[in-house]
Design a protein around this ligand. Sequence first.
Ligand SMILES: CC(C)(COP(=O)(O)OP(=O)(O)OC[C@H]1O[C@@H](n2cnc3c(N)ncnc32)[C@H](O)[C@@H]1OP(=O)(O)O)[C@@H](O)C(=O)NCCC(=O)NCCS
Length: 153
Amino acid sequence: MALFSRVALPGDVPALVALEHQCFSSDRLSSRSFHWMIGRAHGQLLVAEQDGQLLGYALVLFRRRSRLARLYSIAVADHARGLGLGKQLLSHVEACGVTHGCAHLRLEVRTDNPGALALYERNGYRRFAVVNDYYADHTSALRLEKTLVRPPA
Ligand SMILES: CC(C)(COP(=O)(O)OP(=O)(O)OC[C@H]1O[C@@H](n2cnc3c(N)ncnc32)[C@H](O)[C@@H]1OP(=O)(O)O)[C@@H](O)C(=O)NCCC(=O)NCCS
């Protein structure tokens, strides 16, 4: 699928909130959080769209004086799944991490989310920890990490 991806703008927030409700049943980002992520966070909120319709997003956070980036969230609309958008968003996030001088990208995923886990593991992420009772509904998280490779000059 031809994907147009760009940095999110405040005008995307209503569509992002709608997507969040479609994709997650708990631990959702609120409208306020999205605005903060767009305007204030030390990170990058990327959106994927087609014909002006927002189909997905990925949010990566950075920490000052750290080479670790964190994929905070990623989501693709129901009707656009399985077409490679998640993979493309992930690769944009990784490129963004490299641009910010990061050597590793880490993330958490619910133990009951095999689809997301497959996306990450097929793209080179390795499990390194389990955190019990991580989510609001007490589900555990797997922690995954990928070493980001700087493209040859
Ligand atoms: C996880 C999610 C972002 C994947 O997006 P997507 O656009 O459907 O993923 P892609 O089409 O790029 O798939 C990439 C790979 O992931 C794997 N994958 C993705 N969804 C899968 C599923 N439901 N079951 C099994 N494998 C899956 C596939 O193996 C695929 O690799 P392949 O094309 O080489 O076979 C999407 O399902 C989603 O938004 N889910 C709800 C929100 C969520 O769970 N976010 C993750 C929070 S940690």
